[in-house]
Design a protein around this ligand. Structure first.
Ligand SMILES: NC(=O)c1ccc[n+]([C@@H]2O[C@H](COP(=O)([O-])OP(=O)(O)OC[C@H]3O[C@@H](n4cnc5c(N)ncnc54)[C@H](O)[C@@H]3O)[C@@H](O)[C@H]2O)c1
Length: 421
């Protein structure tokens, strides 16, 4: 009987941490896996399974195992997919909102996660420390307090570790703050990102995934915002630095064959969220019976995206290493892809919500009516965000789905528990 697997017809090499996961996946197909230690007796493995010794030379860890289905049982051996080789993921911004949730998810699926963060005081540092304290409970998590802009420090981190994947989330975030403190954006988002690119280049990282932003669509008015539209008109320095990150990553993909994927996140919210963002600010003010500031007199739409949906998207993208697109043409360049191993995705809810409806959902959840201070639009802000997620759905089979009612309820529950309110 020929076994046909959805993962391809090949051999399966798994680092130890992944063996349990791989074994359970094999068992779903009624295949009893055999575990073989190639380093103790590679010749036996070669004879029994026809495995090419070259296949495990890339494995850094001495405890690497081969999990293979014996050919003689009538099944072909197979691998689960290339990314099953991943043992080590560097997540920068690990103490941040998205980084914390992503680390939790990666640890749950069995990855070894190295977190990096400078724990800056852009917002309440104790919130960052509390997130970190949860991650530190897992033995496969380690943490480095380090600034991205510290060139020797980052170079040393890459020299001492062999990262398979890097997810760069550390950045100076926030549109409004970029008018106040532009240098913070240059230091973290430009200088820091260069250090990450150099680390990935010399560290031979297999995939760099990095946070971009919906704010890149800036002055664009064609909605939904698509990764295939040009985004050459940012309206804040924050957006300009994120655009620069995409250009810099493309250059490294082109010059050094470094596979890079940029993710444009759309207004992320959820438990452990950022204190400078609308949901947090509104909840805090409403509970304290203080007025909330409603910009552009409430005439705003946001494609609010729940944190679990963002994390699901990121994890799936991590496993989808971009390839060069043979159809890409310099005569009519498509900004979302390239002839280099480079790809851009939107991760947004694909369902923009009126700001006033968002506020009403918070009021309903809290059971308190908000006092509203109606104000004009803030410089650097855009009135509407709306993500086209066609590429994400096509390539990784996922579309964010959490409604604001569900997401806000979960946030409010967390907020009340965390702050004892
Ligand atoms: N939350 C959103 O709605 C949203 C939307 C679009 C894009 N993004 C991007 O996603 C990423 C994560 O955002 P978040 O909401 O989790 O923000 P966050 O501020 O909670 O997390 C960023 C983390 O990076 C750390 N950091 C900042 N500069 C650093 C530096 N120079 N060196 C080391 N660490 C540094 C901070 O201490 C923080 O813990 C950011 O790149 C952000 O620009 C977020």
């Amino acid at each position: 009987m020929k076994f046909s697997s959805p993962f391809g017809d090949a051999r399966c090499l798994l680092p130890t941490r992944r063996v349990a996961v791989g074994a359970s996946q094999l068992r779903q197909f009624a295949i009893e896996p055999r575990i073989h230690d190639p380093l103790s007796n590679p010749h036996e493995a070669q004879q029994e399974y026809g495995i090419n010794l070259v296949q495990w030379q890339g494995l850094s860890s001495l405890d690497a195992l081969i999990l293979a289905v014996p050919l003689r049982s009538g099944y072909s051996t197979f691998k689960l997919n290339l990314l099953e080789f991943i043992v080590k993921v560097l997540v920068t911004g690990a103490a941040g909102f998205i980084g914390f949730h992503l680390c939790q998810r990666l640890l749950t699926r069995g990855d070894e996660v190295v977190g990096l963060d400078n724990l800056n005081d852009y917002y309440d540092v104790s919130l960052k420390k509390d997130r970190l304290a949860q991650l530190k409970q897992k033995s496969s998590f380690s943490f480095h307090k380090l600034d991205l802009a510290n060139q020797p420090g980052i170079a040393q981190l890459f020299a001492q570790n062999c990262f398979d994947v890097v997810v760069n989330l550390a950045a100076q975030a926030g549109v409004r703050y970029s008018l106040k403190n532009p240098h913070a954006y240059v230091d973290s988002n430009l200088v820091g990102f260069t250090n990450i690119l150099e680390g990935c280049r010399y560290g031979k990282v297999k995939h760099l995934v990095f946070a971009s932003s919906s704010s890149l669509y800036g002055a664009n008015t064609k909605i939904p915002f698509s990764v295939h539209h040009n985004v050459d008109y940012p309206v804040s320095l924050y957006a300009a630095t994120k655009k620069a990150n995409e250009l810099m990553a493309h250059t490294y993909s082109h010059l050094y064959g470094l596979p890079t994927t940029g993710l444009r996140f759309f207004t992320v919210y959820g438990p452990w969220g950022r204190p400078d963002m609308a949901l947090f600010l509104f909840t805090k003010a409403i509970l304290a019976r203080q007025a909330i500031e409603v910009f552009n007199y409430g005439k705003m739409q946001r494609d609010f995206t729940y944190i679990d949906d963002i994390v699901e998207g990121v994890v799936r993208v991590i496993d989808k290493v971009p390839q060069s697109n043979p159809q890409w043409s310099g005569n009519a360049p498509d900004p979302g892809t390239s002839n280099a191993p480079y790809k851009i995705y939107n991760i947004g809810n694909n369902n923009p919500v009126e700001l006033m409806d968002f506020i009403e959902a918070i009021e309903d959840c809290l059971g308190i009516k908000a006092e509203k201070k109606m104000l004009s639009i803030q410089p650097g802000d855009v009135p509407v965000t709306y993500a086209d997620v066609e590429d994400l759905v096509r390539d990784v089979g996922f579309k964010p789905k959490t409604t604001i009612q569900v997401g806000i309820e979960r946030f409010v529950k967390w907020y009340r528990d965390y702050y004892f309110i």
